[in-house]
Ligand binder design. Structure first.
Ligand SMILES: Nc1ncnc2c1ncn2[C@@H]1O[C@H](COP(=O)(O)OP(=O)(O)OP(=O)(O)O)[C@@H](O)[C@H]1O
Ligand SMILES: [Mg+2]
Length: 285
């Protein structure tokens, strides 16, 4: 089902994956390949299983059937020690953003470094400062998540996901809850950082604007048939998918300049004005 294998080598392969909660089969027979350097979009309607698929890819949930491979090596079948090594190459930003609210931004970003490395306090502090600078949050080290805007929280989550210089970054709805301008800035930042770090990126989103702005490859999960309906370049799927439902999903909303599949707003447009109050010099403008 994967389209042309011309770009980078296979980074992640999802093979014959069936996902279930107990006896309830959510999706079956998922087969797709994420290539190195891809910005790979997992898309589909609300509740179809996008977050669950991401959880399978990072090992938070086990397949009912099938497997996930990294660089040709089975992650699903790997023994626990090896699996832990493989997980260290992952950077993850969950759907909620989920910083620890009782910790400062610096403490949040330092956490994976303290957990997984033997770096000295000073080295950790330097890396934390560097990662926060990359996402435009220099000077906010000692702020708590509650003291900054939603957009800034997302960027701090991004800094934390990148703390260990992961080979692959996973994002679950990174721009959900942001106003369109902050969402666009976050997309740009993700792209900029992924390019400069040479990371592969896997993004769950139903934001059409994001899908076409950043996606190089994708899989479309169909809630009706409980399996994938398409995979490949999202722009090509929008224009040329043989599946009408896929074309419809990808065309709806962009025609009138908005991004809300299934007739419902995909994200709140109120509240977060994101980036108004941060210091100068970020890379994401
Ligand atoms: N822990 C769980 N136990 C049982 N069912 C679950 C569990 N987590 C999710 N589900 C069900 O699995 C389905 C898919 O959930 P999932 O969160 O993966 O969808 P999603 O595509 O990410 O949705 P959204 O677009 O709302 O984020 C939903 O019907 C949900 O109710
Ligand atoms: Mg989800």
């Amino acid at each position: 089902m994967a389209t042309g294998d011309t770009a980078g080598e296979a980074h992640v392969e999802v093979r014959d994956l069936t996902m279930a909660y107990g006896s309830f089969v959510l999706m079956r027979d998922l087969n797709f390949t994420v290539r190195r350097g891809d910005v790979f979009i997992i898309m589909g309607g609300s509740g179809c299983g996008k977050s669950t698929l991401l959880r399978h890819m990072i090992g938070l949930k086990e397949p009912a059937r099938g497997e996930v491979l990294y660089g040709g090596e089975s992650f699903t079948a790997a023994p626990p020690g090896r699996r832990e090594q493989m997980v260290r190459n992952f950077g993850v930003m969950y759907q909620s953003g989920a910083l620890w609210t009782s910790m400062t931004l610096a403490e949040n970003v330092a956490l994976p470094l303290e957990q997984y490395t033997d770096l000295s306090k000073r080295e950790v502090r330097d890396i934390v400062a560097y990662k926060l600078a990359l996402v435009g949050l220099s000077g906010f080290e000692d702020f708590y998540p509650a003291d900054i805007s939603g957009g800034m929280n997302k960027r701090a989550g991004l800094a934390r996901a990148m703390a260990l210089d992961p080979e692959i970054l996973f994002f679950d709805e990174p721009s959900a809850g942001l106003d369109p301008l902050s969402a666009k800035r976050l997309d740009d930042l993700i792209l900029h950082l992924a390019e400069s770090l040479g990371s592969t990126v896997v993004v769950v989103t139903h934001e059409l604007a994001s899908i076409f702005a950043i996606g190089t490859n994708s899989v479309f999960l169909d809630v009706e048939s409980r399996t994938m309906a398409a995979s490949g370049d999202p722009g090509q799927l929008r224009d040329r998918s043989p599946r009408e439902d896929v074309r419809l999903f990808l065309n709806r909303g962009v025609a009138d300049g908005k991004s809300f599949p299934n007739g419902a707003p995909a994200a709140t447009n109120g509240g977060d004005r994101g980036d108004r109050d941060r210091p100068a010099g970020p890379p994401d403008r």
